[in-house]
Design a protein around this ligand. Structure first.
Ligand SMILES: *Cc1c(COP(=O)(O)O)cnc(C)c1O
Length: 353
């Protein structure tokens, strides 16, 4: 493999995100050998296979391969909502903070937020967010939940809570969408099958480019009618591809080889959290780590999160991003036990110096 360009400083340990992974040798081989065709005519056998695999995994009649997880959310919102309609979601929701205003720009939808706990809310919270059905109020169409909840700390939705929210959505005539960027992390952590989580959702997707380690893509699933509409917007948003099997092959490979190993990422996240919990000036709720994310603060060190992050990278080659007042470390395929030990040592050194 070619060495990275000298001008690009690669971190020694990269805990910035689970999106930083490079395709493994096995994945590259699957990509190289992929059978391909015109995806838009359903003539790409590898894209078709990936869609069938994800539809089955999520227990839905149909699925569509999309270039990104963001497009999975935005197309689902576009299918379910029209101009002036409203989406109910947690105040920490990815679509609210990190999709460039997509719900407003692309679906024309408003958002109403719920102040959940670690990104998770209940049916009673949905009830409380329901508006009177009058000519004055926006029409509420959709409840959108995120499992695992990213800004919620990688928190796993309890199945009863999904069911509770689904029942509330149904009571009020709303659809339920699940942003499952890291649904398989929730599945591996909880032992609850993906299809069980997805059963009460009208639309649901998984990301391929997070913990699964693919370079590109997400797969959105739902009813046949929903997916037919999703295909229409895939074209309209410019996401309809041609020989997409070249990247879908990575997804097929990842579903076959990279799911069970998510448990290793979770164990390493926990170990990292337990390691830094011992460091003076660092605050972390180590007992709340359920999946592959560790949010922590460094209030007692005299540094803010951004300064701490900068020093970790500059002095130790350990990349951990600062998100506002918090730092976030994310484990993935390209971080091993030695990397975790080095990252804990780096936090100790920066906090102590
Ligand atoms: C990353 C992420 C997305 C967007 O996925 P991309 O594939 O990066 O576009 C959506 N929701 C959540 C919770 C995410 O973490």
């Amino acid at each position: 493999m070619a060495a990275p360009a000298a001008s690009v400083a690669r971190p020694k340990v990269d805990l910035y995100s689970d999106t930083v992974t490079r395709p493994t040798a096995g994945m590259r081989k699957a990509i190289a050998e992929a059978e391909v065709g015109n995806e838009q005519a359903h003539e790409d056998p590898t894209a078709n296979r990936l869609q069938e695999m994800v539809a089955e995994l999520l227990g839905k009649p149909a699925a569509v391969f999309l270039p990104s997880g963001t497009m999975c959310n935005e197309i689902a919102y576009r299918v379910w909502c029209g101009q002036g309609d409203e989406i109910i979601l947690d105040a920490t929701g990815h679509a609210l903070h990190f999709e460039a205003g997509g719900p407003a720009a692309l679906a024309g939808a408003m958002t109403r937020t719920i102040a959940g706990r670690r990104g998770i809310f209940t049916g009673a919270d949905v009830d409380a967010a329901i508006r009177p059905k009058t000519r004055h109020a926006p029409r509420q169409k959709l409840v959108s939940i995120e499992n695992t909840a990213n800004l919620g700390g990688g928190a796993v939705w309890p199945l009863e809570t999904v069911k509770d929210v689904a029942a509330a959505a149904k009571r009020h005539g709303l659809r339920l969408h699940m942003d499952g960027a890291r649904l398989l992390n929730a599945v591996v952590a909880s032992g609850i099958p993906a299809a069980t989580y997805a059963a009460d959702c009208d639309s649901v997707w998984i990301d391929l480019s997070k913990g699964l380690g693919c370079p590109i893509g997400g797969v959105l699933a739902g009813s046949s009618d929903f997916i037919e509409e999703a295909w229409r917007f895939k074209h309209q948003f410019g996401g309809a591809l041609r020989q997409s099997g070249i990247v879908a092959a990575a997804g097929v490979y990842a579903l076959e080889h990279h799911v069970a190993r998510l448990a290793d990422d979770h164990a390493r996240a926990r170990r990292f959290a337990e390691g830094i919990a011992q460091v003076k000036g660092v605050q972390v709720a180590a007992d709340e780590i359920e999946t592959n994310m560790v949010y922590f603060t460094v209030d007692g060190t005299g540094m803010d999160a951004a300064a701490f992050s900068k020093r970790l990278m500059a002095e130790h080659g350990v990349r951990i991003g600062a998100l506002g007042a918090r730092l976030r470390a994310v484990t993935h395929l390209d971080v091993d036990d030695a990397g975790i030990a080095a990252a804990v040592a780096a936090v100790e050194a920066v906090a102590g110096a």
